[in-house]
Ligand binder design. Structure first.
Ligand SMILES: [Zn+2]
Length: 258
């Protein structure tokens, strides 16, 4: 039987130990509904880890894993401290580049792509593979790909065209079966019709657009991203099914929901 003693928690992750005669076994558990990546740092006194530190690993939803053993030095008093760096998602996720995304709005409705990949206004750096569809406040937003809802933020009201508004965006994040995430941003206040934990299919209504956060006007910002080692995310260029086939969308063009 395992006698685990919890000694540290960080968000949904808990570290446990089990004391053995000549070593200490360290376990990690993820209580969340999405995979997480953890980096575990140790400050060891008269102990030696059997793995390279800091120890980096991913944990699936509700997974408990034996991560490292701390070997005791003979006849010495030991002690240790630890800290955890935690990221939502797996740094080992690999995007399925063959996947064709569904335009994130109603079939037959037309919207202009006002900013595309590498858009000059704000689609730069790690999050450059983002798409902005101009649509008036309250337009129906649909899932571009099936997955599980992992974040819903819908309490904000404010929006504006300067970076001071960046933390005030309402958004929905959905994790896909390849471990990547889709973000749907700038939704109106209370603009989500799905909840954390819901499984959604492509083409399912998830919410209503708005202009909250860093936005010069009403639009939907959509990006597919994966967790980056060291924190943050990297965006991924994705193709959509349109009436002209499966294509990368181009800034300035208008697309009809398909
Ligand atoms: Zn954008």
């Amino acid at each position: 039987m395992l006698l685990l003693v919890a000694f540290q928690e960080k968000d949904s992750v808990t570290l446990f130990t089990q004391d053995k005669k000549d070593h200490i076994e360290v376990f990690a558990h993820n209580a969340d509904i999405y995979p997480v990546t953890i980096e575990v740092f140790f400050n060891l006194e008269n102990l030696k880890a059997n793995k390279k530190l800091p120890y980096i690993t991913t944990l699936n939803p509700n997974q408990r894993k034996h991560i490292v053993d701390l070997m005791k030095m003979k006849d010495k008093n030991w002690n240790f401290e630890s800290s955890i760096r935690y990221y939502m998602g797996s740094i080992y996720a690999r995007h399925d580049d063959r996947h064709a995304y569904t335009l994130p709005f109603a079939k037959g409705a037309e919207y202009r792509l006002t900013q595309g990949f590498n858009g000059r206004f704000s689609h730069k750096g790690d999050l450059r593979h983002a798409l902005d569809f101009q649509m008036k406040e309250g337009t129906e937003v649909y899932a571009a790909r099936a997955g599980k809802v992992v974040t819903v933020t819908e309490k904000y009201i404010l929006g504006g065209g300067t970076k001071e508004y960046i933390d005030y965006a309402n958004y929905i994040t959905i994790i896909h079966d390849d471990g990547t995430f889709g973000d749907y941003s700038h939704l109106r206040k209370n603009g989500a019709v799905v909840s954390v934990g819901d499984n959604v299919s492509a083409g399912q209504l998830i919410g209503y657009s708005g202009s909250t956060g860093f936005a010069t006007g009403p639009h939907l910002h959509f990006v597919v991203k994966k967790t980056k080692k060291g924190g943050g995310y990297i965006s991924i260029p994705v193709k959509f099914t349109t009436k002209s086939g499966i294509i990368f969308l181009r800034e300035g063009n208008t697309y009809r929901g398909y």
